[in-house]
Design a protein around this ligand. Structure first.
Ligand code: 5AD
Length: 359
């Protein structure tokens, strides 16, 4: 749908309940037409919480002293992937901090084993990486890559993402375009309500989703972590009252709904952050207002406890099997169907069809 920036902006700031109801209905209709009733399930494995970056909002930032750092070994990661398969999840998402010491050849080997032994799609979410590394991981069989651009406002981006020690951050937009040329399914997204984010910034983020032609778009509320600079002094960073976006389930749902309208066939998760803030009701609302993916956490429990991007993360103590059963029940209760396949992006399928007709 061709929404102009001003339309997006006024929907974001809308507070008439009746009009919002119409937005929710429209987003849900577009979701049903474009991607159907399936809710795709992705098993999330947080395989390392080591991070070299200093992002002002994230509890895993390098200077956080009270995080006990871990890296899962090959056996543990493959066992988690096999568990994902047993639970019926068609995708394994391997996520970590941006670990400068991560051995990418080792990871490529792990990816190829997972592909061989489970047949699941593999998604990587491991931060900014060099071109050669991304090529090697794609060759090893990685199917998808997630890298949020976090905000389309360059000043705000620079304020909350100091360059890595002794280097320069990679231009994330450029990296997203590169991922596309390497034939990954490409995912990105933003946080809603980071201190300093204005309504106009957020409206531009949604336009950016469209411009980047993303396959997957992850949107969740910012949740303050008291051990981070943004969590300790939010007031110092906030936009003027009236301009600052609040980090709520409601605004997150507006962003999801509008994202569905501008990018109808994309895969949109009901994120862990929206579930943390709004509990399972937050997750359900997200699914009814545009989302079509859930990423249950299957990280071994002792490690999961230490993956503290923000405090009290949803699913911290859940048993994977019990969680799966409750989730399937919630999905069915809202008239939806748990996905059984890989849940590939429909955009990717149509890109493939277009390129095979052209050749
Ligand atoms: N609150 C919400 N989301 C966060 N992320 C990092 N820190 C926080 C926080 N405090 C998100 C970022 C990152 C993703 C993995 O988690 O958007 O890209």
């Amino acid at each position: 749908m061709r929404l102009a920036l001003d339309d997006i902006l006024s929907w974001l700031r809308e507070d008439d309940e009746t009009r919002l109801e119409a937005l929710w209905r429209l987003a849900d209709d577009v979701r049903a037409d474009a991607v159907g009733p399936e809710v795709h399930l992705r098993g999330l494995v947080e395989f390392s919480n080591c991070c070299s970056r200093h992002c002002l909002y994230c509890g895993l930032r390098a200077p956080s002293g009270d995080v006990s750092r871990y890296r899962l070994n090959e056996r543990e990661i493959v066992a988690s992937a096999l568990l994902a398969r047993e639970l019926g999840y068609g995708t394994v998402v391997l996520q970590s901090g941006e670990d400068r010491f991560l051995d990418v050849h080792w990871l490529a080997h792990v990816v190829s084993r997972i592909k061989r032994e489970t047949g699941a799609a593999v998604t990587l979410s491991i931060g900014e990486r060099a071109t050669g590394e991304l090529e090697a991981l794609r060759r090893a069989g990685a199917d998808r890559y997630l890298l949020r651009f976090e905000t389309s406002n360059p000043d705000l981006y620079a304020r909350i993402h100091p360059a890595p020690p002794g280097g320069q951050g990679r231009d994330r937009l450029e990296m997203l375009r590169l991922l596309r040329t390497l034939d990954y399914e490409v995912g990105s997204g933003v946080m809603v309500g980071i201190p300093g984010q204005t309504w106009t910034d957020l409206a531009r983020d949604i336009e950016r989703f469209r411009e980047l032609e993303l396959d997957m778009i992850g949107v969740g509320p910012y949740i303050p972590h008291p051990g981070t600079p943004l969590g300790r002094a939010p007031g110092e960073h906030a936009a003027p009252p009236g301009d600052q976006v609040p980090a709520t389930v409601d605004v997150t749902c507006r962003v999801l709904a509008l994202t569905r309208l501008v990018r109808p066939m994309a895969n949109l998760p009901a994120t862990t952050a929206v579930t943390t803030l709004g509990d399972t009701d937050g997750q359900t609302l997200a699914l009814q207002r545009g989302a079509n993916v859930v990423m249950p956490n299957i990280t071994p429990r002792t490690a999961r406890r230490e993956y503290t991007i923000y405090p009290n993360k949803a699913g911290m103590h859940d048993d994977p099997l019990t969680y799966r059963d409750r989730l399937l029940e919630r999905i069915r209760r809202i008239g939806r169907v748990p996905g059984t396949g890989r849940g590939d992006s429909r955009y990717r399928r149509s890109r493939r069809a277009a390129s095979s007709t052209a050749s």
